[in-house]
Design a protein around this ligand. Structure first.
Ligand code: GLY
Length: 367
């Protein structure tokens, strides 16, 4: 079991990564607090696989437990489900000493985190992420969100969990497509901060693809340690944390265009968006073509979606993409914020790219 601290003073917590640790949950939770009641929220899919293990471990420790399974998919990430969950939490009489557990992937973690943050002005929360994307990214750092008709994640809170417990064995039940979707965020850490990690991913491709649990544990731990560094320095994304959004400005626009549907998973939008960010940076003369090609080569070797033509529907025009990008949270005074690579391992936040420049560039990659 590996334990890393996210150091945020009184909001500090641990990320625990290991194999077969769901059965240890009861013990791990007693280290964090003494909770009057625990509400486990999961989805149908994850619930059928892991709810018994999680509930069993808590009951064994003597906790009072209630649970609910909701539908899976991005469709739950809106007001309707947030309201349903908050009312369910209140109906089950969780008081201020109650604990909410989010057991599932990134969509569920964002929704449950948001619901826990507003129920009784904030209940304790533990994240048990069961997808690669959630283990390396969304469960760590305290961002919670639901979607608005105006764009993705536009409604939300910063609300740190009390603990994150990642059992890498849960990743073996992921579809190949979901696993690769999580790899976008893993690769992102190498691109923004750690060229050694990027090399390591290139060198361990076959073990990563075959799901070797030792290699996957290392990959999750390494990713979380990079994410924790960003969150510790800039919890509220006033500066450097924005680098974690590499590929997300273009990616969110693509997700809005595809209607947050199964046509394009979040991680797929991020890898396509990251390729576009590298190409845009090269177009601006900031990044070498060899770095662009090295990234594309890695995505291709893993079999990841990484080009705009990989979206399985009619492609958006530059005008449509720019319209969606202008709805992004990161727009300041009408200017879109881009995370632009200088090289593998180093990116910058840019708030002064003109829309004309972006339009001219997008015309070179859109039909
Ligand atoms: N997923 C980006 C962040 O947590 O800041």
């Amino acid at each position: 079991m590996n334990r890393q601290k996210v150091d945020l003073k009184e909001s500090s917590y641990e990320i625990i990564v290991g194999k077969n640790i769901l059965s240890e949950l009861g013990n791990l939770i007693t280290e964090v607090g003494d909770f009057s009641k625990i509400a486990i929220i999961t989805d149908n899919n994850v619930g059928s696989l892991y709810l018994d293990a999680v509930r069993g471990s808590l009951l064994k420790k003597g906790f009072s437990v209630c649970d609910i399974e909701i539908s899976d998919g991005e469709g739950v990430k809106g007001w309707r489900y947030a309201e349903k969950l908050v009312e369910w939490i209140l109906e089950n009489k969780l008081d201020r000493e109650g604990l909410v557990i989010a057991l599932g992937g990134g969509v569920l973690g964002d929704l449950v985190g948001f619901s826990a943050s507003i129920a009784r002005r904030g209940l304790s929360l533990i994240q048990i992420p069961t997808t690669l994307l959630a283990q390396v990214d969304s469960s760590v750092g305290g961002k919670t969100a639901i979607n608005s008709k105006f764009g993705k994640n536009l409604i939300g809170t910063f609300f740190q969990p009390k603990l994150v417990v990642s059992d890498v064995l849960t990743l073996s039940s992921l579809s190949g497509r979901h696993f690769l979707s999580g790899m976008s965020e893993v690769i992102k850490y190498g691109l923004i901060r750690d060229p050694v990690f990027f090399n390591w991913i290139e060198e361990n491709l076959s073990e990563i693809k075959s799901g070797n649990p030792e290699v996957i544990s290392e990959l999750v731990i390494w990713s979380c340690s990079i994410k924790a560094q960003f969150v510790q320095k800039d919890e509220r994304e006033m500066g450097e944390r924005a680098l974690l959004n590499l590929g997300h400005t273009f990616g969110h626009a693509l997700e809005t265009y595809t209607g947050y549907s199964n046509k394009l998973f979040h991680g797929e939008a991020v890898s396509i968006g990251t390729t576009i960010a590298f190409q845009f940076s090269h177009f601006l003369g900031m990044c070498s073509i060899s770095d662009v090609n090295r990234l594309i080569h890695l995505y291709a070797k893993l079999g990841m979606k990484h080009q705009i033509k990989d979206i399985s529907m009619t492609l958006p025009s530059p005008k449509v993409l720019i319209k969606f990008m202008l709805q992004d949270k990161k727009v300041k005074n009408g200017n879109i914020t881009y995370i632009l690579p200088k090289k593998i391992g180093k990116c910058i936040v840019s708030e002064n790219c003109s829309t004309e420049n972006v339009n001219e560039f997008l015309n070179t990659i859109c039909p």
